[in-house]
Design a protein around this ligand. Structure first.
Ligand code: GDG
Length: 473
């Protein structure tokens, strides 16, 4: 059997101690359960970006990492990855910064990844790269003579050609993306947008099932939603509901209903509008005053990026304002935590929450939505309020779907959720739970690997084989 080599910017096993917020590691846990190699940045800064990987072992997994120099960290990670690509791919062109030197560093760091990885590759390996940091990796590996199958999965959304055209050198990025053998997206919409960009930037027609691709290289693009191990998370939530920390939360609620939000502190997650919406719920539906508290866990993230520092200041201010306006001496309406909490604790908190509030402005999938559903007591479940712009909304249609820009609509959805009869809650939850058990972390990995091995995997969400028929100019 082929060995799987995962490449991602960060390696979960080498992250600093303490709980980590972030969806990629959750979705990939299953993939290496039988062993394999995981390659990425160590998270450490050194005098120079390393060219040789440090190897360690976690269970059956070999972990290979390199350090980055401070300058590469700034230009590759803080700069091009998180101040150019991240805002662009989350439909925030106003926040996109472009600096040609950062783009060059983005390419050179990908080349450094490839140089350190190539000597570790065995002939029968399959290589699976993850996310927007690594779009050029296949190009760099091919330039070094690596002949293995190489796939790429984009965890964040893809954008239509009209938006991608905002980006200088977008054509180069598209060429590099199309060097992979398989490119995967979370949703059908992202896949359609990718097709749109292939047509526009590469100027080649797409002919399903043709045999010649760009430079005689056939490319397969698929949509395969990431998921969680829903049944295991449900069991965890049931256990955690009895834990001391969950009991403490429950006691502190003194019978009030709990609304929960859990996100990395990121501007794509729609937190300012969400805070505003909660304020409007209390203004417009006064029956909920004193009867509900909203707990927002917003683990700090990418603190070296200026936009994230601004967001934190904005949320700190809004939280103070809402509580100042609405709180009573014995009631804090909004509880706001910017530290990460443990996953087991989160599971128990989700289960106690009457409403899961998930309103990103734009999101590849959003695993919090799936975790909230998985954690519910099927006999008395809570209600998911979900942004129509989360990839998860393509599947989770029994949630209350909202436009995350419309704080009044979110407030109305909260009111609907808080007053929803139990029978309706159960009916919605039953369908949602069935769906999250169908598209899981395991099915995600299985389907992508099958596509990468060139097998027909029979998954209905594999929709298109993109095979551009002209050679590129
Ligand atoms: C990217 C894409 C896509 C959050 N706070 C804490 C914590 N978390 C965990 C959640 C969840 C994960 O982090 C967040 O995953 P999301 O999917 O919601 O979002 P991103 O981190 O932006 O992930 C996203 C994902 O990749 C996977 O493809 O869905 O669209 O943006 O698991 O529970 N975990 C702990 N403490 C926290 O305080 N332990």
């Amino acid at each position: 059997m082929a060995r799987i080599v995962i490449v991602s910017n960060r390696i979960p096993a080498t992250s600093p101690k303490g709980p980590q917020a972030g969806g990629l590691a959750i979705g990939l846990k299953d993939c290496l359960k039988d062993g394999g190699l995981w390659f990425g940045w160590s998270g450490d800064i050194s005098a120079q970006t390393s060219t040789d990987a440090k190897i360690s072992h976690t269970g059956k997994i070999d972990v290979a990492t390199i350090d980055l120099s401070r300058e590469d960290y700034k230009k590759f990670y803080v700069g091009y990855s998180n101040s150019t690509l991240w805002p662009l791919l989350h439909f925030q062109p106003g926040l996109v910064e472009f600096d040609r030197a950062q783009f060059e560093t983005y390419l050179s760091v990908n080349h450094a990844f490839a140089r350190a990885l190539a000597p570790l590759i065995q002939p029968s390996d399959i290589i699976w790269a993850h996310d927007y940091h690594l779009i050029p990796l296949a190009c760099s590996l091919r330039a070094l003579g690596v002949k293995n199958r190489i796939g790429f999965f984009l965890h964040v959304p893809f954008v239509p050609a009209s938006l991608l055209s905002v980006l200088p050198r977008a054509d180069k990025l598209m060429h590099m993306l199309c060097t992979y053998d398989v490119v995967g997206f979370q949703t059908h919409q992202h896949l359609r947008d990718f097709e749109d960009c292939v047509r526009n930037f590469l100027n080649v027609p797409i002919e399903p099932d043709a045999s010649i691709g760009i430079d005689n290289h056939p490319l397969r693009a698929i949509a395969t939603p990431i998921g969680i191990d829903a049944r295991a998370f449900a069991r965890q939530a049931k256990r955690s509901a009895q834990s001391r920390v969950t009991k403490r939360l429950e006691e502190s609620m003194v019978g009030r209903a709990l609304i929960i939000g859990v996100d990395r502190l990121d501007y794509s997650k729609g937190l300012p509008n969400r805070f505003e919406a909660f304020g409007r719920l209390l203004d417009r539906f006064s029956e909920h005053r004193l009867k509900v508290s909203y707990l927002q866990v917003a683990a700090r993230s990418r603190e070296d990026v200026a936009e994230y520092q601004r967001l934190k200041r904005d949320l700190d201010r809004r939280a103070g304002e809402i509580n100042g306006r609405h709180a009573e001496f014995d009631w804090v309406p909004l509880r706001y935590i910017t530290r990460a909490v443990s996953r087991a604790t989160l599971a128990g908190f989700y289960r106690k929450a009457r409403v899961g509030l998930v309103t990103p402005l734009w999101d590849g999938m959003n695993l919090v939505a799936k975790e909230y559903v998985a954690a519910q007591d099927p006999d008395d479940p809570g209600v998911l309020v979900l942004s129509r712009f989360a990839g998860a909304a393509e599947e989770l249609t029994e949630a209350i779907i909202v436009n995350p820009l419309d704080s009044d609509e979110i407030a109305e959805a909260l009111h609907q959720a808080l007053t929803m009869p139990r029978a309706e809650r159960k009916a919605r939850h039953e369908k949602l739970f069935e769906k999250i058990c169908r598209t899981t972390a395991a099915s995600f990995c299985r389907d992508f690997i099958s596509a990468l091995l060139g097998e027909s995997c029979g998954a209905d969400h594999i929709t298109t084989t993109l095979v551009p028929t002209a050679t590129r100019s």
